[in-house]
Design a protein around this ligand. Structure first.
Ligand code: ADP
Ligand code: MG
Length: 685
């Protein structure tokens, strides 16, 4: 078996399971073995009952006191068992397991493991697992992987398939030179793949993760380097002159640019009017006003007689940008002749748009990346703006270059990263920073609360809606079953409909919906026809509905702080006071402390680095910061030191042997040739 082998050939996967895997984007054995565990189940030493923390999964070694009490409520049987150790007692509750009454003998010792909850003044575990002393010892000696799932697919099925695939997979032979393996302390790729799924212990897991994260960074940086060579010192083939239109627009606008916006706009002008092709990143926190800066650049571009393109990672965001431009054209009579290009348009609509672009009738194309890059013939594409796509890589550039000359590229990102990392990750770009928010913004009011606060939060949302405002509610999942114990959008929207007054329009939005439906819902929300939007994090990037003033996030503990900060950035975009309600299902001190950081800062960069300090590097059970750099396993924040090591290694190898022709580097060259032809998914590049 190799990366291309269809999963259907793995023993135990039939057509039904294959379909379920497809839902997780797993088609081949390569996809399967790179479906790394979401987290791991570790059986810790049992603790004393007095020390168990509500909200955490704990094991206790305790003795059954008295006879278990069995009662029936309608068709449900409820068994309550009191247990005790030297430090105190607690109650266990089992549903529909009446037989346990005869199993759990008074005076018997067991180990019980489950989620601890508070009930009144006491503590309680519902449906804990029951182990004998020896069984528990056996569990403690290994770490069980837990995978992202979909309805109908169990963790056990994935585990079994994974074991099969790992047994028959043809592992790639080592491609790093020996000095690198040694200096970066990397184990073999084979061990890493096996141990990331089924580690014997924590050390094995850490070592596996280290190798895989390194691989990912190394690959990314090698390609980045190629990118850099391609884009360095290219002549400016689309020189531009300043135009009156931009100053006219700036004067007519209802607000004036912040100092930071103005400075960045000047940097862009200098690039586009200078001798070299522009490759610039504009980094600015959520709400700092990047769109307007991009529009100024595009305005100068079309006034010079060229075409421009603006690409967004999602249709929803592309449609929003199109709408913004359309309104500006109407209000300020700007000379844009825009066209929208997204996947959900009909074939005829698309064909029509292509023709108008090719004929030069359209001077600004706004759409999703794939459509613009693959299908469009431009007359004179001089500027490409990519919004919230953090990498704009060699392939995109090559594809665009094939369409004519090399256009100027402007990349816009809200991902807060420290300067040292930015230099590595954006090695091929010049960096501009918008480090200031517009002055009219009221700071967002935040609270981090537990689930008992929900009724109050709903009341609050209802009041805001009554005042004409709108609200977002974010849940981690689309539907039931992907992760256990987390809220999902579909069911939650129903719950909310029951809890809020009937006149409030509530809709849900998630990534599995058809793009056309997503766009419609988003348009209706932007137009105020929908007042409460229950969504997954699909709205995380870019969305701008200034009338929305409440952001409520369920299971906030499951998100990285940088991601929560991005979500929070969806409100507080207008003059109204905005509010953020983070609901945490876990109440342990660590979680609360982490989420509390959001209470004290509105600065994305500060938040990300505080989060890192608390979690510490290599916190492999930790939460991924954000999807900004779509690394599969690496995290630019917590794996920053590994990122630097990979950067150094790439630098040294290419300095000593740019063509990878030395014998020690041949396997490396073969590796990169192979992944180049296999069209590996470089989501992040
Ligand atoms: P982001 O940087 O997150 O992409 P946007 O460009 O969407 O932010 O801007 C957020 C909101 O702020 C928009 O409604 C925009 O019109 C407004 N805005 C941008 N610049 C300013 C400014 N200088 N003063 C006041 N409002 C501004
Ligand atoms: Mg934006």
């Amino acid at each position: 078996m190799n990366d291309q082998t269809p999963v259907l050939q793995v023993k135990g996967i039939g057509e039904k399971t294959q379909k379920l895997f497809q839902k997780l984007d797993i088609e081949t054995v390569g996809d399967l073995i790179r479906h790394y565990p979401r987290d791991y189940e570790v059986f810790e030493d049992p603790v004393m009952i007095s020390a168990v923390a509500p909200g955490a999964v704990c094991a206790v070694r305790a003795c059954v006191v008295g006879i278990p009490n069995l009662k029936k409520v309608r068709s449900l049987s409820i068994l309550n068992v009191v247990i005790r150790d030297a430090s105190g007692g607690m109650t266990l509750t089992f549903y529909n397991m009446p037989f346990l009454k005869n199993v759990l003998k008074s005076g018997g010792f067991y180990i019980f493991r489950g989620l601890v909850q508070t009930r009144g003044s006491g503590k309680l575990m519902e449906q804990p697992q029951i182990f004998s002393e020896t069984d528990y010892a056996r569990q403690m000696s290994c770490i069980q992987p837990r995978y992202a799932l979909t309805k109908g697919l169990t963790n056990q099925t994935v585990q079994k398939a994974m074991k099969q695939a790992l047994t028959f997979y043809e592992y790639e032979k080592e491609y790093y030179p020996a000095w690198l393996l040694e200096s970066c302390r990397l184990e073999s790729g084979r061990d890493a793949l096996c141990d990331i799924h089924f580690p014997m212990d924590r050390e094995a897991l850490l070592a596996a993760r280290r190798r895989l994260v390194f691989d990912e960074f190394f690959q990314f940086l090698m390609i980045l380097q190629k990118n850099k060579d391609l884009s360095r010192n290219l002549p400016n083939e689309y020189p531009m002159r300043p135009t009156e239109e931009t100053s006219r627009f700036l004067n007519a606008m209802p607000f004036s640019l912040t100092k930071a916006q103005f400075k960045v706009w000047e940097e862009i002008q200098n690039d586009m009017e200078g001798g070299l092709c522009m490759n610039r990143l504009v980094q600015g926190d959520v709400g700092s006003g990047k769109t307007i800066v991009a529009l100024l650049a595009l305005l100068e571009c079309v006034c010079n007689g060229y075409q421009g393109a603006m690409m967004a990672p999602t249709e929803v965001l592309a449609a929003q940008h199109y709408e913004t431009v359309r309104q500006y054209v109407e209000t300020y009579r700007l000379p844009f002749r825009p066209a929208l290009l997204v996947g959900s348009m009909t074939a005829k609509e698309k064909k029509d748009a292509y023709a108008r672009i090719e004929a030069g009738e359209v001077n600004l194309v706004i759409g999703t990346h794939a459509l613009i890059q693959d299908k469009v013939k431009f007359q004179s594409l001089a500027l490409v703006v990519t919004d919230e796509q953090h990498r704009f890589g060699v392939r995109q550039r090559e594809r665009l270059a094939q369409k004519g000359n090399t256009p100027h590229v402007l990349v816009m990102s809200a991902t807060p990263i420290p300067r040292t990392l930015a230099i590595i990750l954006y090695g091929d770009l010049k960096i501009s920073i918008i480090d200031e928010l517009p002055a009219d913004r009221l700071p967002i009011k935040n609270c981090v609360v537990n689930t008992s606060y929900r009724p109050k939060a709903y009341e609050f949302i209802a009041r805001q809606v009554a005042m004409g405002r709108q609200a977002y509610v974010i849940c981690p999942m689309v539907e039931e079953g992907e992760l256990e114990e987390a809220e999902n959008v579909v069911d939650y929207a129903e719950k909310l409909k029951a809890a809020l007054p009937a006149w409030i329009q509530i809709s849900c939005l998630h990534g599995k919906m058809r793009p056309a439906d997503k766009n419609r819902i988003m348009e209706e929300f932007a137009a105020g026809k929908i007042q409460v939007l229950v969504s997954t994090t699909v709205i995380e990037v870019g969305i701008n509905v200034p009338n929305a003033t409440v952001m409520m996030v369920e299971n906030a503990e499951r998100f990285g702080l940088a991601q929560l900060h991005q979500l929070r950035g969806r409100v507080g975009r207008g003059a109204h006071q905005s509010y953020c309600i983070f609901i945490s299902t876990k109440e342990d001190r660590e979680t609360m402390e982490r989420l509390d950081i959001l209470n004290h800062s509105n600065d994305g960069f500060h938040i990300a680095s505080e989060d890192l300090k608390l979690r510490g590097p290599g916190d492999l059970f930790g939460i991924r910061q954000s999807g900004a750099f779509a690394f599969r396993i690496g995290d630019i924040y917590s794996d920053a030191s590994l990122l630097k090591q990979a950067a150094d290694a790439v630098e040294r190898i290419l300095r000593e042997d740019p063509g990878l022709i030395l014998p020690e580097n041949l396997p490396l060259r073969e590796h990169f040739e192979r992944i180049a032809t296999e069209s590996v998914d470089f989501r992040s590049i």
